[in-house]
Design a protein around this ligand. Sequence first.
Ligand code: SF4
Length: 425
Amino acid sequence: MIKVAAVQPETIAAELGLREGTALVSVNGRELDDFLDWEFLTAEEQFVLQVRQPDGEEIEFDIERSLGEPMGVSLEPVRIRRCANRCDFCFVDGLPDGLRDVLYIRDDDYRLSFRYGNFATLTNLKPKDVARIIEYRLSPLYVSVHATDPTIRRYLLRNPTAPDILPQLRHFADHGIGFHTQVVLSPGVNDGAVLRQTLEDLYRFGPSILGCSVVPVGLTEFSKHHLVREPTEAECRAAIAVIEQRMGVAVRERGIHWAFGADELYLRAGMELPGPESYDGFEQVENGVGAVRWLQERIAAEATNLRGWEGRRIGVVTGTAMGRLMPMVLEPLARITGAGFDLIPVVNTLFGASVTTAGLLPGAAIQKALRGRHDLDLAFLPGEVINDDDLLIDSMSLQLLAASLPMELHPSKDFIDILHPRVAA
Ligand code: SF4
């Protein structure tokens, strides 16, 4: 059973009298567990919907609608699947105390993998989940493989019962499911020959594995440093050599690049990023794979729509990692828009200076960096620093942060979302 969070006016749901708190019980006699059931079972033009209103009244509706016409309900948030693993590099272990409870949840949810591209390990699947993935064709899924050797993978996941990943993927692949895969690189465990073998196994698996990215392990001050460490520059270079070797094979044999290194891997290796063509359509950009090249491509494609900002001064807040790469994006942007961009790399005061990603910047550190900047007309925040409720990781609200600053503040995913739709005054 799932509950309605809101009903959009002038829709089928509104006409039926569904409202906040209405329980959606079943469709065609099949009980509803979550948003997947709701979306897939109501995809037909005709179905029978059973609901329970907040006052306990049970009603059955015979629904008939034209294909594509939305029902008009928003559902209550899904109960996140908890993770069955205990990786030494887990982000949750790297959190300081005192943050929002929700941040301490170790989620590993194939449903969010399908819907949002979150990586899942598939170690907590029940037979019912396997059947749903196949029945609903949840493809592609984003899967954290880390290593194809079952012993090494179990060690990395700290889960002695983790299933052997290749047969598991094979079962899904035989039913038409595809995968984007990733390896989180833990030096001394799954680099070197293990990485080479993992990429070989995944590549030889066949076209159901659409690609594999390699992301260096990221730790904070609070992580389990006695158990895991970040790769050195030389280790990142060695990993890139393995990735690029696999990439070369993929280009020759399949005409795609298939193996990717995260931007962070190249940054730590002190090596130049590959060209934009190397990312096969940027399928893993949300994973920090090709993010810089993707931004450059987006800006170049929108160049004619980004004029009219001459003379404006724009601050661009980022983490210290992207601080080194961002000039590659801001230089063309300044040329195209006529605005002056001021890069503001902010040190992470909550997790420690070693945490360099933009998405984990606390509001307090951003506030400190921007408070005295009366020279700026506006400032951009990386879109990923705020959640769906407009909160930063330290629970400061975007509204509060913006009100404390002397310039306009905008979260931005790609600059274009702010620079394109308006003409600067
Ligand atoms: S799979 Fe590992 S890193 Fe991901 S949530 Fe679980 S323990 Fe943490």
